[in-house]
Design a protein around this ligand. Structure first.
Ligand code: GLC
Length: 431
């Protein structure tokens, strides 16, 4: 099972985190006899064309010794993370590799749930990748995930309806709300704008960008204090609450994650949608959408007179389970998955945004991917994911903001509670 001729043999580790090298003694080279590799991944990319299926087919055809078994993960990022953490903490060697949110990197690293993968890759391996994305996957000077997609949010709109009513593509949230109500009043759509307001990670991403556009931030720069109850953040969250309360957004938004908001839009029930890059390919595909051919995408709106078009940065890395017994096969697949060729195919078929600069900038990729063109107008704003306590910080935010959206918590009290929750999280006192 273990190759012996590998040039890159895992060596005893130095430095923290992870005092010793969990993969010590394993070859990092492609195996020379048949092996099975397990890859845990939630559905990603174009929903009409499951990327996991065609990626595995293409890889296996090129690498007949490696058989890949896909383990389907939940689409809810929090459930996905919690189940992986439990499994890996328990010492399981399955899955060998897994797709994980960029928002998890620090926590995975700090808890020994991902292999510091840069130890087994050539020194210049990350040179062509977007530096911010590599930084996001780095914790205490080691890289813990290979960046697969660089996500960000966009404003999707019904091109046909804006044209019919002589409306320009809106540039601010206030214009979005106004146009949404015009189209609702005209009987074109039941819902104005659909987005993700459920009590989960996605709501923190949404709150992050609303607050940043309004001139605030969730946490201060050195990650020592929550700022979620500032006047700017309060105004932003009040605006979000208002969208639900006055019916501009569906009543169900406080329970919506990505799939529900996307479905409302692709069913033709909403004029606008806030969603990530993959939504473009899905909304423009006739098999998955009733509005294919009618979808426009633009950068995120500014807030009032502000000039920040804040879009939360997201994306997915591929991480290696520190208990894998298939280091060589894992690295072979990871390198293939994040290669320029595969990233080009993914961008064209799935409207994902490549993490390799050259692929993202290539004319043939841009020609087929309006999201990459629209991203030029986005001001990217990171969530405070550099903290290993980020999941707890985020939970304090989305839990309270969800209560505010649902009308069970008053805005001021909710944001104060969120700030207190962030303090406990930053002190490492909450789990
Ligand atoms: C998308 C983003 C990811 C984010 C998640 C929230 O998958 O790529 O970074 O955390 O949505 O639901």
């Amino acid at each position: 099972m273990l190759g012996t001729a590998g040039l890159l043999l895992a060596t005893a580790a130095c430095g923290s985190p992870g005092e010793e090298d969990p993969a010590a003694g394993q070859s990092a080279e492609e195996p020379t006899s048949p092996v099975t590799l397990t890859w845990q991944a939630a559905p990603f990319g174009n929903r009409a064309d499951d990327a996991r299926v065609w990626l595995v087919e293409e890889f296996e055809a090129e690498h007949p010794n490696i058989d890949i078994e896909v383990i389907s993960a939940p689409t809810n990022v929090d459930t996905n993370r919690a189940s992986l953490a439990t499994q890996i903490m328990g010492g399981a060697s399955t899955p060998d590799i897994y797709n994980g949110d960029v928002a998890w990197a620090a926590q995975l690293a700090d808890n020994g749930l991902a292999l510091p993968v840069d130890r087994y890759l050539p020194e210049d391996y990350f040179d062509g990748f977007d530096p911010a994305v590599v930084e996001g996957a780095t914790f205490e000077d080691q890289v813990f995930g290979i960046p697969l997609t660089l996500d960000q949010s966009f404003l999707y709109y019904r091109k046909d309806l804006l044209e019919k009513h002589g409306l320009p593509v809106p540039g601010t949230w206030q214009e979005v709300a106004e146009q949404a109500r015009t189209l609702q009043d005209a009987g074109e759509v039941a819902e104005g704008i659909t987005w993700q307001g459920a009590s989960y990670e996605g709501l923190t991403a949404v709150t992050n960008e609303f607050v940043a556009s309004a001139g605030g931030s969730l946490v201060n720069e050195d990650l020592s204090e929550g700022l979620i109850d500032s006047p700017e953040a309060t105004e932003a969250v009040e605006f979000m609450r208002g969208l639900v309360a006055d019916g501009t957004s569906p009543r169900g938004v406080p329970t919506y994650q990505e799939p529900q908001s996307l479905q409302t839009f692709t069913n033709g029930d909403a004029a606008f949608m806030r969603n990530w890059a993959y939504a473009y390919a899905t909304a423009e595909n006739e098999e998955t959408s009733g509005i294919a051919g009618k979808v426009g995408v633009t950068s995120m709106p500014a807030f009032g007179d502000g000039d920040t078009n804040a879009a939360s940065v997201g994306g997915w890395n591929v991480y290696v389970n520190p208990h894998t017994e298939q280091l060589g096969a894992s690295l072979t697949f990871l390198k293939w998955l994040t290669s320029a060729e595969t990233q080009t195919d993914l961008a064209k078929r799935s409207s994902t945004i490549p993490t390799l600069d050259a692929v993202r900038e290539a004319a043939d990729v841009q020609a087929l991917s309006p999201v990459i063109v629209a991203s030029a107008g986005n001001d990217l704003v990171a969530r405070p994911t550099a903290s290993p306590y980020y999941p707890q910080i985020s939970q304090s935010i989305y839990g309270q903001v969800n209560g505010i959206l649902a009308g069970t918590t008053e805005t001021g009290a909710g944001l104060e509670a969120a700030r207190n929750g962030i303090r406990s999280a930053l002190e490492g006192r909450s789990l």
